[in-house]
Design a protein around this ligand. Structure first.
Ligand code: ACO
Length: 428
C-alpha cells in the first residue's frame, strides 16, 4: 500500500507520496509541491531537512554513528581494504576483482602525468599561497589541457575522465606541496601502489632515494579511506550542483575543493591543530578554551567538535583516535598536542553544554595529529582531505549524471523591497 503524507495549507489539503530508502529512511516526495499548490515553496536554510537526491553510494546514520560505503561498514573497510579498492567500490558500486583492480590501476597510471606547461602556472603562484587555492586553480586549469566536456551517455568517456583525474590529482597535490617546500616538481613512480606513490611524489628529495615506511603508508591509506565519501556534505553537494549544469568533471571537482577549504568543513583539520597549538602556547589551560567555546559572545568554537549529521559519535573519529595512538607509538613520537587533544576531548564529553548539544569529536579532531606525525605540514592537511574525498566526489558526480538529474536550482522566499520607482541620482 502506498503511503501518503497530507499537507494542509490554509484549509486546503494536498497529498504527497512517501518514499522509503533501503535502510527504511522515509521521505516526503514534494516534487509536485509548487505545481499543485500554485507556487508554495519550502524553506530550509542549510538544507537540514532536505534530501537533494536519492543515492546508492553512502549510508550514514548520525544517531547510531553508522557509516557504510556501498553497504560495507567503514570499520571493515578501514581495517581490510586499501584506498584504491575503496575508490573503485565507491565509483562503480562493487569491490573489484583482481583483474578489474589491476586494469583500473593501469589506466590511472597511464594518466599520471601532467602537461609540463602546468609547471609554468605553478611558477606564477607566490610561494606562500595556500595549497588549497593552488589545487583548485590547477584542477580547473587541467580543463585547458584535456577534453573539456564529457558525454554522459558514453560510459567510456566518463571512465576516461575519471581515470584521468585520479591519475593527475595526486601529482597536482604533490606539486602544490613541493612548490611551497621549495622542492623540484617531480613525477612519481608507477611501479608503486597508488598511496605509496603519493608519499613518494610528496616527500622524495632530489638527492635521496625515497622508500615509504610501511607504517606511514598504512596510516595514510586508512586516513584516505575514512575521508573517501560522506554522502551529501557541503563539498559533495557543490560537486553535484556544479556538475548538474553539465560543467565537466574537473571543474566540478575544483568547485568541491573550494567548498572543502572552509574551516567549518575540510579546513577544520588545519584549524584543530592551530587551536591545539594556541592552547599549548597559552600554557595548556583547556578549561579557558572550553569556556570561550561556550561563551555565546565569543565567536570561538571548539574546532573538531560537532557535526551536522552525527549526533552520537563520529565512527571515523573512533577509528582515527586508535590509529593516531598506534602510529605515534610505532614511530616513537611524543607529541604534546596529543595530550592536549585527549584532555580537551575528556572535558568536552563530560561538559553539560557539549552533552546537551550532542557535540562529539569529529574525524578532523585526530586526523591532523596523524598528518603531523607523517611529516605533512599543517597547510597541507586540507589538500590531503581533498585527496581522500576525490573518489567520493567522482562517485557522486557519476551517479548524478547517470540518473540524469535536473540542474540544481533551489528556490527562495523573497524578503526584499516590493516594487518602487527609480529615482535619478540627483534626487536620491
Ligand atoms: N564548539 C562550540 N559550540 C558548538 C560547536 C563547537 N564546535 N559546534 C556547535 N556548537 C553549538 C552551536 O553554537 C549551537 O549552539 P546553540 O544551540 O546554543 O545556538 C549548537 O551547538 C548547534 O550548532 P550548529 O552550528 O547549529 O550546528 P550545525 O549542524 O549547523 O554545525 C558544524 C555543524 C559546522 C560542524 C559545527 O558543529 C562546527 O562549527 N564545528 C566546528 C568546526 C568543525 O569541526 N568542522 C568539521 C566538521 S566535520 C567535516 O567537515 C569533516
Amino acid at each position: 500500500m502506498s503511503r501518503i503524507a497530507t499537507l494542509e495549507i490554509e484549509g486546503k489539503k494536498y497529498e504527497f507520496p512517501i518514499i522509503e530508502g533501503t535502510e527504511n529512511e522515509i521521505a516526503i516526495d514534494i516534487k509536485t509541491l509548487r505545481g499543485v499548490t500554485g507556487g508554495v515553496t519550502t524553506i530550509d536554510p542549510g538544507y537540514k531537512n532536505t534530501g537533494a537526491c536519492e543515492s546508492a553510494i553512502t549510508f550514514l546514520n548520525g544517531e547510531e554513528g553508522i557509516l557504510r560505503y556501498r553497504g560495507y561498514s567503514i570499520e571493515d573497510l578501514a581495517e581490510k581494504a586499501d584506498f584504491l579498492e575503496v575508490c573503485y567500490l565507491l565509483i562503480f558500486g562493487e569491490l573489484p576483482s583482481k583483474e578489474e583492480l589491476d586494469k583500473f590501476h593501469a589506466d590511472i597510471k597511464e594518466q599520471s602525468h601532467v602537461d609540463e606547461d602546468v609547471k609554468k602556472i605553478i611558477d606564477g603562484f607566490p610561494k606562500a599561497a595556500h595549497p588549497m587555492g593552488v589545487l583548485s586553480s590547477l584542477t580547473s586549469a587541467l580543463v585547458a589541457f584535456n577534453p573539456t566536456s564529457v558525454n554522459v551517455d558514453s560510459e567510456e568517456e566518463m571512465y576516461n575522465a575519471i581515470v584521468r583525474i585520479l591519475g593527475k590529482f595526486p601529482v597536482l597535490t604533490a606539486w602544490a606541496y613541493r612548490k611551497r617546500a621549495g622542492l623540484p616538481l617531480d613525477y612519481g613512480d608507477n611501479s608503486l601502489g597508488y598511496v605509496e606513490n603519493i608519499l613518494k611524489m610528496m616527500f622524495k628529495k632530489p638527492t635521496d632515494e625515497y622508500v615509504a615506511n610501511p607504517i606511514v603508508k598504512d596510516a595514510l591509506d586508512k586516513l584516505l579511506i575514512l575521508h573517501a565519501d560522506h554522502e551529501q556534505n557541503c563539498s559533495t553537494s557543490t560537486v553535484r550542483i556544479v556538475g548538474s549544469s553539465n560543467a565537466g568533471l574537473f571543474v566540478s571537482i575544483s568547485a568541491g575543493i573550494n567548498a572543502l577549504w572552509g574551516p567549518l568543513h575540510g579546513g577544520a583539520n588545519q584549524a584543530v591543530i592551530e587551536m591545539l597549538e594556541a592552547i599549548k602556547e597559552d600554557g595548556g589551560d583547556t578549561k579557558k578554551f572550553m569556556a570561550k567555546a561556550k561563551d555565546k559572545s565569543d565567536p570561538f568554537r571548539l574546532m573538531g567538535f560537532g557535526h551536522r549529521v552525527y549526533k552520537n559519535f563520529d565512527p571515523r573519529a573512533k577509528i582515527i583516535k586508535v590509529a593516531a595512538d598506534e602510529l605515534l607509538a610505532e614511530l616513537g613520537i611524543d607529541d604534546p598536542i596529543l595530550e592536549i587533544a585527549k584532555g580537551l576531548e575528556k572535558e568536552a564529553l563530560e561538559d553539560q553544554y557539549f552533552v546537551d548539544r550532542k557535540l562529539y569529536p569529529n574525524v578532523d579532531f585526530y586526523s591532523g595529529i596523524i598528518y603531523r606525525a607523517l611529516g605533512i605540514p599543517t597547510e597541507m592537511f586540507t589538500p590531503m582531505f581533498a585527496l581522500g574525498r576525490l573518489p567520493g566526489w567522482i562517485a557522486q558526480w557519476r551517479e548524478m549524471r547517470l540518473r540524469k538529474e535536473p540542474i540544481g536550482r533551489p528556490r527562495q522566499v523573497y524578503i526584499g523591497e516590493t516594487l518602487r520607482d527609480f529615482k535619478s541620482v540627483e534626487k536620491r
